[in-house]
Structures are given as structure tokens and as C-alpha cells.
Design a protein around this ligand. Sequence first.
Ligand SMILES: [Zn+2]
Length: 354
Amino acid sequence: MLVPFEKLTEMILPRDVIGGHGAIEKIYEVFRRISDTDKVVIVAGKNTYEVAGKKVEEILETKGVNVNVLITGDATEENVEYVKEETKKIGAKVIIGVGGGTKIDIAKKSAFDLNIDFISVPTSASHDGVASPRASIKKGDISISMEASMPVAIVADTEIMVKSPFRFLASGAADVLSNLTAVKDWSLAHRLKGERISSSAYMIAEFAANEIINNSSQIKPNLEESVWFVMKQIAFSGIAMSVAGSSRPASGSEHMFAHAVEAIKKGNGLHGELCGIGTIISMYLHGGDWSLVKDTLKNIGAPVKLDQVGLNEEDAIQALMMAHKIRPDRYTILGENGLSENAAREALKITGVI
Ligand SMILES: [Zn+2]
């Protein structure tokens, strides 16, 4: 008997990805392609408003669009509620998020809840969230990764982004590099747990990471081309997540380590920086080429040692031992019981991150 075909796949992809010098000038054109309404909400922080939000506002206002700027703070549930309430009152059908992380998260989560369009205008490329359908929102003290809107358009102006600290860009490149172990974890979960895997999402995520490896020495400060290049890989990571319908291809055990460090509130590493160090450790656990990961991070100028992100050995051991509990539904090389203290210490020692 023939088995009925019951698969149903949904991929929500961005329709406009514009990256490069002066890209922001295209914001009206992009807005018009998406919407024929005359109202828009801009979500920005004080800083990101000055850096890019103001420009977006000016361009749209000159064309007769009614622009409402909401200046917000951290990506908290309260700020999401605030943006949603205001957007409803205004009656806007498009939210433009202008920022490097938290403002984008607020904008994409608000747009998702309101079922309206979201345009991402990143001011830095510090992690892959600027082009992904996931948002990290704080509930009280802890950050939770939630489903959010995929940006319908990404307008990444390298002239603006290159002015943000280089540390952000290196961190964003490290976040893309972490796809290497994320896909290994995915493949393991497929083999061990029968989890569904998408070979196309796998390939796209891995391709983006390999691009970072092959061009790591080209990622330099004060160079718009570097921003353009990393941003492109970030967009591919986002597309891989869209194709997979989850963050699986871009987030595995290395991200769990990063989230565990965040949870114990130790150190001062950026998300991508912690993921980079996590990738060295996870690659070692997978028996893969962790020195290639380490060399790539070094070439980029991203941290490869704990003290570069304000962590000591005991902090990292604590994070490694609890990392498997961060997302129990996501099977990784950390297994169901996580690492033993000895194994964690050994992993840190052998990979030389201490
Ligand atoms: Zn990440």
C-alpha cells in the first residue's frame, strides 16, 4: 500500500536583503515594496537612533510617511508589550528595528505577536539574530529564545555598521562559525534520536561557516568590505534557520555553553564571543578539527581564551557541566547527562582555552 504523502514544509524567507555602502538610502523603496500604508514604527535605542534611526526617519518622512519612533531599552517582555501597545494605537503595519541586538529582538517579537511586517536595519553585525526568525527576550532575570518574525527585509548599511566597534563584527563572525558544531550536533541528534534533519539547511549553515574559515584573514577593522562579507554570512545563517524552521542549524552545544555562561552571570563576553569559545570545546568533544576553529577565531581577532571574556576555569567548568540542561529538548554532543567535571576540565586544558 502506498504511504500517503503528508509532509508540509513552510519556509519564511526575507524577500529583500540589501547590504553595502549607503544601503539605508533604499529604505523607502524597500518599505514601499512591502507596504502601501503610510504609517511606520521605528524601534531604536538612544544610540542607534542617532546612528541610523534618525536617517531612516528623515528619508521616510520626506516621502510623506508618518513615522513614529519608539526609543526602548533592553529586550524585556515589558518593552515588547510597550512596543505592541504603541504600534496598535498608531495602527502601523510595519515595524522597523534599528540596532545591533536588543532593539531588533524587540521589533521582531512585537511584529510576530501583532502579525505585521518587520524590517531589520542592523547597526552592527554582532550576532546572527539580525537576520533570524528567533528573538531573545528577558523574562525577569533569564533570556528566553522565542519564535519571532523573520525580517521581510534586511537593510544593512556597511557605512554605518563599520563605525561600530570591531569587537562586534568579530563576535558576529564567531557566531556564524559556531554553525560548524551546531550542524554536527544536529546530525548526531538525527542519527541517535531520529530527529528530522534538513540537508539543505545543513549545507547552507555549514557553507556560511566555511566562508568565514576561508576568508578569516580578510575580516579586519575599519573595512566596509569585512562588514559586508560577515553580514552576508549572517544572512545565510538566518536563511538556514528559515529553511530548517528552527535555530537548529545555527545553535547547538556551543550555544548551550554560551547560554550557561550567561545564566551564571559570569564574565563579560559577547554572545558570539562565547559561542566561538564554545565551538572550540564542542568541536573537541565531537573529535573534529578544533584547532582550525581556534586558528580561525584568532585570525578574526575573536577571543580564544577564557580570560579574554573575563571567565576563570571554575566558571567555565560550571557552565560546561550545566550546559546540557539549557535546552533539554535539543540533543547535542553533551548528551542527556552532560559532562563530568573531569571531562570538562580536560576539554578546557587540551584545547588550551585556559
Ligand atoms: Zn548565536
